[in-house]
Design a protein around this ligand. Structure first.
Ligand SMILES: [Zn+2]
Ligand SMILES: [Zn+2]
Length: 239
C-alpha cells in the first residue's frame, strides 16, 4: 500500500511502501481514504526538518484532514457500516488528565497526547487506515463535497464555543432572549472582529455570520484580493 510521509533523517516528503492495515480489535474500522487536505501545519512539519516520529518508528505518514469510505467493521462496531462516508479525528488523549478522561483531549493538560499525521502517529495520506469507532464521525451525504474541511472547521467551532462560554458570563449582553449564547442566533446585536482572512478566518467569518453577528475582517491584503473579496461575499466588512 502506498503512503506519503516523512522518513527519519531524510528531508522532504517521501513515498512510503506500507503494509495494509487490518482490523485487530473488535471496535476498529477499516477505511479507504478518499480525500486528504494539506495545510499550514503540514508545511510547518516539513519546514521544521525534524519530524515528530514516535520512538521505535522510522517514518510517519502525513495528513490530518480527511474523508474516507468504510470498508470493513469490527464485530463490536455499531455506528458504521461498509460504504459510509466518514472523517476521522486527529488527537488521541494522554489517558491521564481530567479533560482527556472526559473525552476532551483538545484541552489536554499534560501535553502527552498524540496526533495522527502531526505528533507521533501515522496520518491519513495512505490508501487505507484503521481507527477505533469512537474517533470516527459519519459525514451526511449533503456535506460530502466539503467534509474534508471538517478538521479545520472543528478548530474554528472550538474557538467560537469558548467565546460563547466565556462571554455568556458577562453582564453587558443585550436583553433579547433570541440573542442569548444558547440560541442559534446568539450573534445578534454583537460585533465580531476576525483577524486574518486565511481559511480559518474565513470559516470563522461564515460561522459568525450564520449566528447573526456583524463581522469585521482585518488583514494586510488589498481589498481586491480574492480572500478579502470572500469576506465581502460573506457580508462581512473588510478593513
Ligand atoms: Zn491529557
Ligand atoms: Zn440583541
Amino acid at each position: 500500500m502506498l503512503g506519503i510521509g516523512l522518513i527519519r533523517g531524510i528531508s522532504g516528503i517521501t513515498e512510503l511502501e506500507l503494509s495494509q492495515p487490518c482490523i485487530k480489535e473488535t471496535n476498529e474500522v477499516l477505511i479507504r481514504v478518499k480525500e486528504v487536505g494539506l495545510d499550514g501545519t503540514d508545511y510547518g512539519i516539513l519546514k521544521k526538518g525534524e519530524p515528530d516520529i514516535a520512538s521505535g518508528q522510522d517514518s510517519m505518514v502525513l495528513g490530518h484532514e480527511m474523508t474516507g469510505v468504510v470498508q470493513e467493521i469490527g464485530p463490536a462496531v455499531t455506528t458504521f457500516k461498509p460504504g459510509d462516508l466518514v472523517t476521522v479525528t486527529v488527537r488521541r488523549g494522554c489517558g491521564i488528565c481530567h479533560p482527556c478522561l472526559e473525552n476532551q483531549s483538545d484541552m489536554c493538560m499534560t501535553g502527552l497526547y498524540t496526533e495522527r499525521g502531526i505528533h507521533k502517529l501515522d496520518g491519513f495520506l495512505s490508501e487505507f487506515i484503521v481507527d477505533k469507532e469512537q474517533y470516527i464521525v459519519k459525514v451526511p451525504p449533503q456535506c460530502a463535497d466539503m467534509a474534508v474541511l471538517a478538521e479545520p472547521l472543528s478548530i474554528v467551532e472550538k474557538g467560537i464555543q469558548q467565546i460563547r462560554l466565556i462571554q455568556s458570563r458577562m453582564p453587558w449582553n443585550c436583553s433579547h432572549p433570541e440573542h442569548s449564547f444558547t440560541s442559534s442566533q446568539w450573534g445578534g446585536c454583537k460585533i465580531a472582529m476576525v483577524i486574518g482572512a486565511g481559511p480559518l478566518g474565513l470559516m470563522a467569518t461564515a460561522l459568525l455570520r450564520l449566528a447573526g453577528a456583524t463581522v469585521i475582517v482585518t488583514d494586510i491584503l488589498p481589498e481586491e484580493h480574492p480572500k478579502a473579496k470572500m469576506a465581502g461575499y460573506l457580508e462581512a466588512q473588510y478593513i
